[in-house]
Ligand binder design. Structure first.
Ligand code: PEP
Length: 251
């Protein structure tokens, strides 16, 4: 049975004090809820060490939103996978469409980041997804396939097994335009079929594939009801504890 998961992505929101307060609120709320899925929060780098202390002993696991594509050294302003891991974070979101679009992270850079994350015992939450024009011209499957082939299908089956995938159609991120449950299921099933072709059915069946893109407390249950949708990567709705907890409860 593959892991079901709801993961938050705070992005560049919340100062340190606000982030600690949100983490405390989540710990308190989830104590009563006893979630039926893994719960991860992805925070900015500066929050990681503090939030790691706050969530100790709770069900919540911690993710960074990025890591460097270099191991260490003279890369001013960068944060390495080893540094991330030393905060207590267990996961690292990689390949988010905002990183691809605004920071020019291509498949080669992301392949390096994935390798460094794995080398440092961080589990990547690897994001893939097409932009609006690609969806409109029916190219979504080839785009997603190329993203997988470019950055993670080089891995051994054992390492691939440490990866969580997040299908995030870019046109749905932060736009309020959610993929329909059918669109999400179709793509997730397609992704699983690609994994099966590459690594075999068992690895495909064991891979957690999250949906991301304007997922909220209202539409989560409908999206999660699909057999190949194993949970969600949640942006905006992860910034308010009641909303995030409602999504967790829907899983
Ligand atoms: C995201 O950025 O990963 C995301 C899914 O954002 P939102 O939920 O706000 O669309």
């Amino acid at each position: 049975m593959r892991t079901k998961m709801v993961a938050g992505n705070w992005k560049m929101n919340k100062n340190l004090q606000e982030g600690i307060a949100l983490a405390k609120e989540l710990v308190e709320a989830l104590k009563n809820q006893e979630p039926k899925c893994a719960v991860v929060i992805g925070t900015p780098f500066i929050h990681l060490a503090s939030v790691s202390e706050v969530i100790k002993g709770s069900v919540i696991k911690l993710a960074a939103e990025n890591c460097a594509d270099k191991e260490k050294g003279a890369y001013t302003g960068e944060v390495s996978a080893e540094m991330v891991r030393s905060t207590g974070a267990e996961y690292c979101i990689l390949g988010h469409s905002e990183r691809r679009a605004y920071y020019h992270e291509d498949c080669d850079i992301l392949r390096e980041k994935v390798l460094l994350a794995l080398k440092n015992d961080l589990k990547p939450i690897f994001c893939i997804g097409e932009v609006k024009e690609e969806r409109e011209s029916g190219k979504q499957n080839e785009v997603v396939k190329a993203q997988l082939e470019g950055s993670v299908f080089n891995l051994s089956a054992e390492d691939f097994g440490k990866i969580t995938l997040a299908y995030e159609p870019v046109w749905a991120i932060g736009t309020g335009l959610t993929a329909t449950p059918e669109q999400a299921q179709d793509m997730h099933a397609f992704i699983r079929s690609l994994i099966a072709e590459k690594y075999g059915k068992q690895v495909a069946d064991d891979t957690t594939i999250l949906y991301g893109g304007s997922c909220n407390a209202k539409n989560a249950a409908e999206l999660f009801a699909n057999p190949d949708v194993d949970g969600g990567l949640i942006g905006g709705a992860s910034l308010k504890a009641p909303d995030f907890c409602a999504i967790i409860a829907a899983r």
